[in-house]
Ligand binder design. Structure first.
Ligand code: ADP
Length: 506
C-alpha cells in the first residue's frame, strides 16, 4: 500500500500536468486567434498599398482600365486592366487581386500567379465573396510553403470606382503561426523542468505534512501497548485537524484507562470477596471432618459453612446481575405496575424487619402511581433501600417511607432514616461497586454486605428511565430517593356515555 506522502505527490503531479496541459492548450488557441486577427490588419495594409499605387496613377491621368468586348461575345463589354495598370502593379510585391464592377478578376499579382491552378481558383472563389473592409477569409492551400493557408482581406477606394471595385490582398498564415509555434516549443522545453521541480516541492511538502501523522501513529502505538494507558498524546500536533484528532484520541484513551481500571478493581474486589468466605468455608469443612471434633462442634461448623455458601451464592447472583446489566442482556419484563400496592407490600416487610432491629418504620405518604416496569426488579430496588436504612440505623431509630407524585409526570419513592449517615467525602462513591463506608467492620457483622446493593439499585432505576439520589450527613441519617417516570394513564371511560352508546346499540 502506497504511503500517504507518495499518494499526495502522485495526485499533485497528475493535477499539475493536467492543468499545465489545459493551460497551454488554452494559451495556444487564444494566441492563434489573436495572431489571425493581427494578420487581418496586415492583409488590409497590403491591399491599401496596391490601392495607393493605383490611385496615384489615376491622379496622374493614367488609364487603368479599358472596356472591350468580352472574349468571343461581340455584343457585351467587359472591363480589362490596361498595360499601364499591369506594369504598375507588377512592381508591387505580395499576393493580391483586383476585381471589377462585375466581380471579375482583372488582375492577379505575380505571387498569386505562381500558385498552383487549384489554389488560384480556391482563392478566387473566396475573394469574390468578400465585402470591402469586412471580415477576412482563410483559404487552405496545397502549397505547404505558405504554412497551409492564406488569409484574405478586401479593400476599396472611391477614387477608382466605378470600374475597380476592390483589391483583395492575402497574407500567408505561417507569419502568424510562427509565434504560437514558438510558444508551444517554449512550453515543451520549459514545462518538464517546471513539473519536475513542482513535484519535488510537492514531495517535500507532503513529507512535512505527513510527518505529524507519522509521529501520532508512533505515539498511539506506544500508548496502546496496554501498559501505558496513563500516557497522553501531545496537545500540539502541528495543525488543527491533527490536534483535534489528538484530543479525541486522548479522551478515548482516558475512557479506556477508566474502564480498564474499573475492570481491574472489579476483578480484584470480586476475588477478594470470594476469597474470604472460601477460606472460612474450607476451615469449617476441615473442622467438621476432623476425627477429634465433637458432634455439636461439627454441626456448628457445618452451619457456618452453610452460611458462607449462602453468602457466596448471593455475591455470585449480584455479580451476574451486574455483568448482564453491563452487557445490556438483562431483560426487564415491563408491564404497567401500580406502585401503591408494591410499596405497601415493601412497607409491611420493612415493619417486620424494623421490629427485629428495634426500629420504628412508618409510611408518611402513599399516593397511587403507575409506572411501566418490572415489578420484581422494582421490589428488589425498594427493598435494597429499606434494608440498608434498617441495617445502618441503630436500635431505637426511625425509618420513614413515602411514595408521592411529582411535577413533570414523575413519582418519587423515598426512604429516610435516622441512622449513622454517610460522610460528605464518601457520598459520591455510595453507588460504586464494592464500595462500603467501613469495609473492615461490615464483614461478618450484622451489617455484612458486599457493597453491590446500591450499584444494582442504581442500574434498576436507570433501566426504568429513572434515577436514584442520596443525601446524608454523618451521624444524622440518610435520605435515598428513587425517581421514576409515571406511566401516562388513559382517562377512565365515561360510564354515562358508555350506557348511552349501549342503548343506541340495542
Ligand atoms: P452493602 O451491601 O454493603 O449495604 P450497598 O451497595 O447497599 O452495599 O451500600 C454501600 C455502602 O453504602 C454501605 O456499605 C454503607 O456504607 C453505605 N450505605 C448504604 N445505605 C446507607 C444508609 N442508609 N445509611 C448509611 N450508610 C449507607
Amino acid at each position: 500500500m502506497a504511503t500517504l506522502r507518495a499518494r499526495l505527490t502522485v495526485a499533485y503531479g497528475v493535477a499539475l500536468v493536467g492543468s499545465v496541459a489545459v493551460f497551454s492548450g488554452a494559451l495556444y488557441v487564444a494566441r492563434r486567434a489573436s495572431s489571425i486577427d493581427e494578420l487581418g490588419l496586415v492583409a488590409f495594409d497590403e491591399g491599401d498599398r496596391a490601392l495607393r499605387f493605383l490611385v496615384a496613377a489615376k491622379r496622374e491621368g493614367k488609364e487603368l482600365t479599358e472596356e472591350r468586348p468580352c472574349g468571343e461575345k461581340r455584343d457585351s463589354r467587359c472591363v480589362y486592366a490596361t498595360k499601364d495598370m499591369r506594369d504598375l502593379l507588377e512592381r508591387v510585391p505580395g499576393y493580391f487581386l483586383v476585381y471589377d464592377r462585375d466581380d471579375r478578376q482583372i488582375y492577379s499579382s505575380i505571387g498569386i500567379r505562381q500558385l498552383a491552378e487549384e489554389d488560384r481558383s480556391a482563392i478566387d472563389q473566396s475573394a469574390v465573396r468578400l465585402t470591402p473592409d469586412g471580415a477576412g477569409a482563410l483559404v487552405s492551400l496545397s502549397d505547404t510553403l505558405f504554412g497551409g493557408s492564406l488569409l484574405l482581406g478586401a479593400r476599396k477606394d472611391p477614387a477608382l470606382l466605378p470600374n475597380v471595385t476592390r483589391v483583395v490582398a492575402g497574407v500567408p498564415t505561417h507569419i502568424a503561426t510562427l509565434s504560437p509555434g514558438i510558444l508551444v516549443g517554449t512550453m515543451v522545453l520549459i514545462f518538464p523542468f517546471i513539473i519536475l521541480a513542482s513535484i519535488g516541492v510537492a514531495y517535500v511538502i507532503a513529507g512535512s505534512a505527513a510527518e505529524p501523522v507519522e509521529r501520532l501513529i508512533n505515539e498511539v502505538e506506544a500508548i496502546t501497548d496496554g501498559r501505558s494507558l496513563h500516557r497522553r498524546l501531545p496537545s500540539d500536533l502541528g495543525n488543527e485537524e491533527l490536534s483535534r484528532l489528538g484530543s479525541t484520541l486522548n479522551a478515548m484513551i482516558e475512557r479506556l484507562e477508566t474502564s480498564f481500571g474499573a475492570l481491574r478493581r472489579f476483578t480484584a474486589d470480586a476475588s477478594h470477596e470470594l476469597k474470604t468466605p472460601l477460606t472460612v468455608l474450607r476451615a469449617d469443612v476441615e473442622r467438621a471432618m476432623h476425627p477429634a471434633t465433637k458432634n455439636t462442634e461439627r454441626l456448628q461448623a457445618l452451619e457456618e459453612a452453610l452460611h458462607e455458601t449462602a453468602r457466596m451464592s448471593d455475591l455470585v447472583d449480584s455479580l451476574l446481575t451486574l455483568a448482564r446489566a453491563d452487557e445490556g442482556r438483562f431483560d426487564l419484563h415491563r408491564e404497567p405496575v401500580a406502585l401503591g400496592p408494591l410499596v405497601r407490600d415493601v412497607y409491611e416487610t420493612a415493619v417486620i424487619l424494623g421490629e427485629h432491629a428495634g426500629q420504628t418504620v412508618t409510611m408518611s405518604v402513599l399516593e397511587e402511581a403507575m409506572v411501566d416496569g418490572d415489578a420484581r426488579r422494582l421490589r428488589q430496588l425498594f427493598l435494597n433501600l429499606v434494608t440498608n436504612a434498617i441495617k445502618y440505623t441503630p436500635r431505637g431509630g426511625r425509618v420513614e417511607l413515602s411514595l408521592s407524585r411529582r411535577a413533570g409526570d414523575e413519582v418519587a419513592f423515598t426512604v429516610r432514616d435516622s441512622g449513622i449517615g454517610i460522610s460528605a467525602a464518601d457520598l459520591p462513591y455510595v453507588f460504586d461497586r464494592f464500595w462500603r463506608a467501613d469495609r473492615a467492620r461490615s464483614r461478618g457483622g450484622e451489617r455484612s454486605g458486599f457493597g453491590l446493593g446500591l450499584a444494582i439499585s442504581q442500574w434498576i432505576a436507570q433501566a426504568h428511565g429513572g434515577r436514584i439520589t442520596a443525601q446524608s450527613r454523618l451521624g444524622r441519617g440518610s435520605v435515598f430517593t428513587v425517581i421514576l417516570p409515571q406511566l401516562a394513564v388513559e382517562a377512565p371511560p365515561d360510564r354515562a356515555q358508555e350506557r348511552e352508546l349501549k342503548n343506541i346499540g340495542n
